[in-house]
Design a protein around this ligand. Structure first.
Ligand code: COA
Length: 329
C-alpha cells in the first residue's frame, strides 16, 4: 500500500483584526498585560455573515489547489470544530455542498483544540483500512461568537481561523508516520462551551442570564500546568514511537494557546525555541484551527524543508491531547 501523506495544505483568516488596545476599551485590561501573560497582540474576527463552513471553504480550496485536486475527487471531509454553523446538519455537510464535493462523505469531529490532529488520525485509519483513498481534514472556528466579551480573563485569548490538509495514499508528499490521540473526560469542566448542547437547549432567559451560551474557563492556571505536561508527553510519545528523541526533530508545531505554555513546553523538552513554530501574536487561540494554520504558514514560508521531521502537538478542552509525526518530502 502506498504511504499516507499530506499532499497539500491551505489556511484562511478573516480580514478583520481586533487588537489588544481595542479590547482594553471594553474591559479592564491592557496591551502590556495581555502580551506579557499570553504573547497575543491581535486576533482575527469573522464577518457577521461568515460561518465556520465559509472559513473552512477558503482554507480547503487552497489545500485542494496545492494538492492539484478537484473537490469532486474527495472521498471524505472531516471538519474539526467546536463552533459548527448548526448543531444539525454538521458544518462538514454545509462545507461539502459549498465545495461541490459531491462524492465525499462528510462529518464533524469535536475534540476542541486537538480536533485537527484527531481528524488526521481518523483519516489515517480510513485510508489504512482501504475504505477510502483520500480525505480533506479541515479545522475551522468562529469562536468569537461564543466568547463572553465581558470576561477579561478569557476574551483576550481567542480568534477565528481555518486550516486544512489533503491526506492521500500517495508516493509523494509528507508522510504521516504516526498519530496518537488521548482524552480525559473527568476534567471536562475546565473548558466548557455549554450553549447548543442538550443540557442547555432550548436556550431560555435563565440560561442566558447564567451565561450558559458562552465559553467559560475554570481554573485556567491549573489548565495551564496540565497543558504543559500533556503537550510534553504528546511530543515524547510521537518521537519515541518512531525511534527518535524530541531533540532530533526539526520543527514542533504546537497548538497556540499561550506563548508561556509554548515556552514552558520548549523548556521541559529542552528544545531551542527556534525549533518551535509560533504565530500566536497575530492570531491568538483559534482552537482546532491553530495547528493547520501554523502548518500551512510553515510550509508556505519555507520554514519546513524536504527531509524535515515534524511533530504536530495539541492540547485542548475535553480534555484532549494529540500528536502527529510527519516526515516532509
Ligand atoms: N487583564 C488584566 N488583568 C487580568 C486579566 C486581564 N485580561 N485577566 C486576569 N487578570 C488578573 C486576574 O484577575 C488576577 O488578578 P489578582 O491577582 O488580583 O487576582 C491576575 O491578573 C492574575 O491572573 P491569573 O489568572 O493568575 O493569570 P495567568 O498568568 O494565569 O494568565 C491565562 C491567565 C488565562 C492567560 C492563563 O492562565 C492561561 O493561558 N491558561 C490556559 C488557558 C486555557 O485554558 N486555554 C485553553 C486550553 S488550550
Amino acid at each position: 500500500m502506498a504511504p499516507i501523506r499530506i499532499v497539500g495544505t491551505g489556511s484562511y483568516v478573516p480580514p478583520n483584526v481586533l487588537t489588544n488596545d481595542e479590547i482594553a476599551k471594553r474591559v479592564d485590561t491592557s496591551d502590556e498585560w495581555i502580551m506579557k501573560r499570553t504573547g497575543i497582540r491581535e486576533r482575527r474576527i469573522a464577518d457577521p455573515e461568515q460561518a465556520v463552513s465559509d472559513l473552512a471553504k477558503e482554507a480547503s480550496m487552497k489545500a485542494l489547489e496545492a494538492a492539484n485536486m478537484a473537490p469532486e475527487e474527495l472521498d471524505m471531509i472531516i471538519l474539526a470544530t467546536i463552533t459548527p454553523d448548526t448543531s444539525c446538519p454538521a458544518a462538514a455537510n454545509w462545507l461539502q455542498a459549498k465545495l461541490g464535493a459531491t462524492n465525499a462523505v462528510s462529518y464533524d469531529l469535536t475534540a476542541a483544540c486537538s480536533g485537527f490532529i484527531f481528524g488526521l488520525s481518523n483519516a489515517e485509519q480510513y485510508l489504512k483500512n482501504g475504505q477510502y483513498d483520500n480525505a480533506l481534514v479541515v479545522a475551522s472556528e468562529v469562536i468569537s461568537r461564543t466568547v463572553n466579551w465581558g470576561d477579561r480573563g478569557s476574551c483576550i485569548l481567542w480568534g477565528d481561523a481555518s486550516g486544512a490538509a489533503i491526506v492521500k495514499k500517495s508516493d509523494t508528499g509528507a508522510e504521516i508516520l504516526s498519530t496518537h490521540i488521548h482524552s480525559d473526560g473527568s476534567a471536562g469542566e475546565n473548558l466548557l462551551l455549554p450553549g447548543g448542547g442538550s443540557a442547555t437547549t432550548p436556550i431560555c432567559q435563565e440560561s442566558l442570564e447564567k451565561g450558559l451560551h458562552a465559553l467559560r474557563m475554570v481554573d485556567a492556571n491549573k489548565t495551564f500546568k496540565v497543558a504543559v505536561k500533556r503537550f510534553a508527553e504528546a511530543c515524547e510519545e510521537a518521537a519515541a514511537s518512531n525511534g527518535f528523541s524530541v531533540s532530533d526533530v526539526d520543527l514542533i508545531i504546537p497548538h497556540q494557546a499561550n506563548l508561556r505554555i509554548i515556552n514552558a513546553l520548549a523548556g521541559r523538552l529542552k528544545v531551542p525555541t527556534e525549533k518551535v513554530f509560533v504565530n500566536i501574536e497575530k492570531y491568538g487561540n483559534s482552537s482546532a484551527a491553530t495547528v493547520p494554520l501554523a502548518l500551512d504558514q510553515a510550509v508556505r514560508s519555507g520554514q519546513i524543508q524536504p527531509g524535515d521531521n515534524i511533530i504536530l502537538a495539541a492540547f485542548g478542552g475535553g480534555l484532549t491531547w494529540a500528536s502527529a509525526f510527519v516526515r516532509w518530502e
